[in-house]
Ligand binder design. Structure first.
Ligand SMILES: Cc1cc2nc3c(=O)[nH]c(=O)nc-3n(C[C@H](O)[C@H](O)[C@H](O)COP(=O)(O)OP(=O)(O)OC[C@H]3O[C@@H](n4cnc5c(N)ncnc54)[C@H](O)[C@@H]3O)c2cc1C
Length: 455
């Protein structure tokens, strides 16, 4: 194998060739194609690539699938709008005609009616519209990837990263991929894992820690003819139905005028013990909520059921020498509040800042990247605490939403705005209330407390 073979990025492809033979072939050498290698072209990878290109940092996104590819996670929170604006992606969102999401509604198990919030109730700095979007992920992720490419990211699809490469100082130096059937090594100054729940680098380094509380299981599909709401104002909100089973809930996401995504979620054990096939399980879960059953009365399924399991975890650390984990590859929390894409996008933004700074100072050490980890861990911890308190006592959530003093704070959390714990005193108020319920004999809500540990 001579060093006269080369790897080059040409029009979305990594080409390897031997000049004398004039053919494209595999090669066992190492090549630098960009300063930053981004593994994965989902929202985290594309937003990161966009920010880096805007800052003039060369980057390549290696995506194993070929977009458009399906993906779960179809409803956004409003803080994502600020990021789309910053990277110039908002006009594309508008042109694509994604359903506008003005708010969120909750439907209690037995009671009629709904509790709702509208994003416009609390103006967000840097967000100049009162809605965000529901998205068909195949279309959204594809457009975002193309946007990153248009801003300057090299984008290669259909190439799977097999391994991240390290030197003797535990610094990431590149990745191993397979091109034209041959193993090829690509070098870079940074390797950023945006591989989602595939968590390629976290797995390689043995960093993955299973969530001690959550082990949820979801079954979802697309339907036509779903009766979305009796209230025209909330028809295009996301609707969350409380289900009377352990950590049970369902989402209703209006994807287009005709198509609605419906998913049911509960502890995996609930599904296992049902001994049912996913179809039967789904419809039985729907039947447990009178409101959801009514909404689904005339529904016509237009897509096969998909399942998602084992999706809550955290990596022991998010950074090391010349590497970072961004988006789901770092941590995944229960999707009850549609936080995933917002977290991925915010993390990508902060990661890009750290990378730019590190390239300027020449210090790419774990210590230099630590502030990124601290920031993102703190932000996601707030989401996680909110989710724990929600599952501890669901009644509290609807009570707080209707409570003048707490409503705006809850809304701020739901918008994805809070990254400092001291700015979320509503979580302390929720804890206080839970304590009161626990310590008051015969409290009206006592029977609704779950055994979720919240400390
Ligand atoms: C049941 C459920 C419901 C959810 N609902 C919502 C919701 O309503 N709203 C919301 O915001 N979020 C939701 N989420 C979360 C959301 O799906 C994720 O948070 C989001 O997709 C994270 O983006 P990402 O870019 O980090 O990862 P991904 O979107 O998963 O992208 C990772 C990309 O990396 C690629 N890849 C993987 N391995 C490799 C490799 N080795 N080499 C090259 N490429 C690779 C994959 O093909 C993929 O394209 C939900 C999740 C679940 C499980």
């Amino acid at each position: 194998m001579g060093h006269d073979r080369h790897v080059k990025y040409v029009d979305g492809l990594l080409k390897t060739w031997h000049p004398s033979a004039r053919t494209t072939q595999g090669y066992g050498g190492r090549f630098t194609v960009a300063d930053v290698i981004i593994i994965g072209g989902g929202p985290a990878g594309s937003v990161l690539g966009s920010y880096l290109s805007m800052a003039g940092v060369s980057n390549i996104i290696l995506e194993k699938a070929v977009h458009p590819r399906p993906h779960v996670g179809e409803s956004l929170v409003s803080s994502t709008v600020r990021i789309f604006d910053e990277i110039g992606f908002l006009p594309t969102m508008e042109e694509a005609g994604f359903t506008r999401k003005y708010g969120a509604a909750w439907r209690p198990t037995k009671k009629e009616g709904e509790f709702s919030i509208r994003f416009a109730e609390f103006p967000q700095e840097g967000v100049n519209q009162d809605y965000t979007y529901h998205v068909e992920r195949s279309k959204f992720d594809h457009l975002l990837l193309l946007h990153a490419r248009d801003l300057g990211s090299k984008v290669v699809q259909g190439v799977e990263v097999r391994e991240v490469l390290f030197d003797d100082n535990n610094a990431a130096t590149g990745v191993r991929v397979s091109i034209d059937g041959a193993s090829t090594e690509l070098s870079s100054k940074f390797v950023i894992d945006c591989s989602g729940r595939n968590t390629i680098l976290g797995n390689q380094l043995g960093l993955r820690q299973k969530d001690p509380v959550f082990n949820q299981f979801a079954v979802a599909a697309w339907f036509e003819n779903v009766h979305r709401s009796d209230n025209p104002e909330t028809e295009e909100y996301i609707h969350i139905y409380f289900l009377p089973t352990e950590r049970g809930w369902a989402w209703q996401i209006p994807l287009t005028d005709e198509i609605t995504s419906i998913g049911v979620v509960a502890e995996r054990e609930v599904f296992k013990q049902s001994r049912q096939r996913k179809e039967e399980y789904f419809w039985d879960m729907v039947a447990t909520s009178p409101a959801l059953a009514t909404a689904m009365e005339n529904a016509k399924q237009v897509e096969d059921f998909n399942t998602e399991a084992d999706y809550s975890y955290v990596m022991e650390k998010f950074v090391g020498n010349s590497w970072m984990l961004v988006g789901d590859s770092a941590r995944f929390v229960d999707p009850i509040f549609s936080s995933g894409i917002s977290i991925a996008a915010e993390a990508a933004k902060y990661a890009s800042k750290s990378i730019v700074e590190a390239l300027q100072t020449g210090d790419r050490s774990e210590a230099a990247l630590q502030p990124y980890e601290d920031k993102i861990k703190a932000g996601v911890a707030i989401w996680y605490e909110f989710i724990l308190l929600y599952y501890k006592l669901m009644h509290l959530f609807t009570y707080f939403i209707d409570h003048k003093e707490h409503r705006l704070q809850i809304l701020q959390l739901l918008q994805g705005e809070v990254y400092e714990r001291e700015n979320a005193p509503v979580l302390d108020a929720m804890r206080e209330m839970i304590k009161t319920v626990e310590e008051t004999p015969g409290h009206l809500w006592a029977g609704h407390l779950t055994d979720i540990p919240i400390d």
